[in-house]
Every structure is written in structure tokens, then in C-alpha cells.
Design a protein around this ligand. Structure first.
Ligand SMILES: NC(=O)c1ccc[n+]([C@@H]2O[C@H](COP(=O)([O-])OP(=O)(O)OC[C@H]3O[C@@H](n4cnc5c(N)ncnc54)[C@H](OP(=O)(O)O)[C@@H]3O)[C@@H](O)[C@H]2O)c1
Length: 199
């Protein structure tokens, strides 16, 4: 399959590319590097990326920015970032990308476990993760020629190490990639794939 991976230079994205590149043709799109560049918060940039990529069998997004902050410290900018980048940035991949997907293909976006297992400081991240999962359940009812799913990663071991956290309960990026492979090659539609179910 010809697969566009957005966020391919990231911790999870690199593991997805490593896992699927033996079987599939990959086009990478990152913010600063990759075959194509894209800014998820800019709808025109998303439209340009799809025009350049051409017809595809699948899109996988392992990108989307949102920030941790306590509820009292959450600023307008924190909410705006979560809504414009992680939420609408990814939803716009479905809105603008669906016409480029060959029949029977798929689009997979990324939420995160914080939708269902929140922690103090995760309010805006949990908000958009939950919205992505609800959106996919509803949108799938109207999408007949492609499958549309969400992957919900748990904390990734490598990310926790980068943040100086105890990574003993983290899930490696390589194991996290397994849920994306299931979304790419399986038959789910409108589903949220919890990474913990695929390791
Ligand atoms: N890592 C975790 O523990 C974890 C857990 C749960 C959920 N998630 C979710 O998984 C996704 C990926 O996480 P990650 O940790 O792998 O991220 P990451 O390592 O920080 O990588 C982010 C990727 O997104 C790209 N990017 C940055 N800003 C962008 C923009 N405005 N438009 C388009 N692309 C942009 C980066 O490109 P450049 O390299 O060019 O900047 C990079 O490829 C995110 O949605 C995150 O919330 C992660």
C-alpha cells in the first residue's frame, strides 16, 4: 500500500515507519523534515500536502500538539493549541484527505489514553482525545469507501525517558506501532484501538 505517515520523525512515527516500511511504500510528512512538510494547524498546508502526495491507500497521523497544564494555569493558548492542532488538525486530515484515498483504504489518527484515564494537568489533552474518538465513531457511519479509526497510545517508554520519568510502566514505541499496523491492515471502522490491546 502507499501510506502517508504524518509525524513520521516523532517517537511513535519513527516506530510506525520502521514497522510498516518493509511491506508498504511510505511517504513521510513532518513539520520541518520528511518527503513533505505540513502544519496541522493550517488547513491550506494540509490541502497542499495532499495535492503533492496524490492518490494514497492510507494515511496515518502520529502527530498533534496539546499541552499539559493545571486547570487553573490553562490559558486560552493552551485550549487553542489543543483544538487547532491535535483536534482539528487531525480531523482536517480526514476532511481534506478522504478524496485522495483509494477505495478500501484507511485513515488512522492518534488520540491517547488520557481520554479515558485522565491525570491532573491533562484537561485539554483529555478533551481533544475524547473528541477524536467520538468523532471517528460518528464519522464512520457516513464513510463507505474507506475505514477511519483512532489509535490511543499509552505513555511511551522512550517519551518518559526523555522527560526524566520512571519508564517502567511505559510501552515501547515499537509495541505502540502494533496498534497502527492493526488499524492499517485490519478491518476496524470507527474504532478506537487501545495500544494495550495489541501488545
Ligand atoms: N509519546 C507518548 O507518550 C504519547 C502518549 C499518548 C499519546 N501520544 C500522542 O501521539 C502523537 C505523537 O506523539 P510523539 O510523542 O510520537 O510525538 P513527537 O515525538 O513529539 O513527534 C511529533 C511529530 O509531529 C510533527 N509535528 C510537530 N508539529 C507539527 C505540526 N504543527 N504539524 C504537523 N506535524 C507536526 C513533528 O515533526 P518535526 O520533527 O518536523 O517537528 C514530529 O514528526 C501525539 O498526538 C501525542 O499526543 C503520545
Amino acid at each position: 500500500m502507499k501510506v502517508l505517515v504524518i509525524g513520521a520523525s516523532g517517537t511513535i512515527g519513527q516506530a510506525i515507519v520502521a514497522a510498516i516500511s518493509p511491506q508498504h511504500e511510505i511517504i513521510t510528512a513532518n513539520y520541518k523534515s520528511g518527503d513533505l512538510q505540513v502544519d496541522l494547524s493550517d488547513p491550506k498546508s494540509i490541502q497542499t500536502m495532499f495535492k503533492k502526495a496524490g492518490k494514497l491507500d492510507a494515511v496515518i497521523s502520529a502527530a498533534g500538539l496539546a499541552s499539559f497544564a493545571s486547570l487553573s494555569d490553562h490559558t486560552d493558548n493552551d485550549y487553542q493549541l489543543a483544538l487547532e492542532n491535535k483536534l482539528m488538525g487531525q480531523i482536517n486530515l480526514l476532511r481534506y484527505g478522504r478524496e485522495y484515498i483509494n477505495k478500501g483504504g484507511s485513515i488512522t489518527l492518534t488520540s491517547g489514553i488520557l481520554s479515558r484515564q485522565p491525570m491532573p494537568g491533562s484537561a485539554s489533552i483529555s478533551m481533544v482525545n475524547g473528541a477524536l474518538e467520538s468523532y471517528a465513531r460518528a464519522a464512520a457511519l457516513e464513510l463507505e469507501s474507506l475505514r477511519f479509526n483512532i489509535v490511543a497510545p499509552a505513555f511511551v517508554k522512550e517519551t518518559m525517558e526523555l522527560m526524566g520519568m520512571d519508564s517502567s510502566y511505559g510501552i515501547s514505541a515499537a509495541d505502540t506501532a502494533k496498534a497502527y499496523i492493526a488499524a492499517l491492515e485490519g478491518d476496524q471502522h470507527g474504532a478506537t484501538l487501545d495500544v494495550t490491546d495489541y501488545i
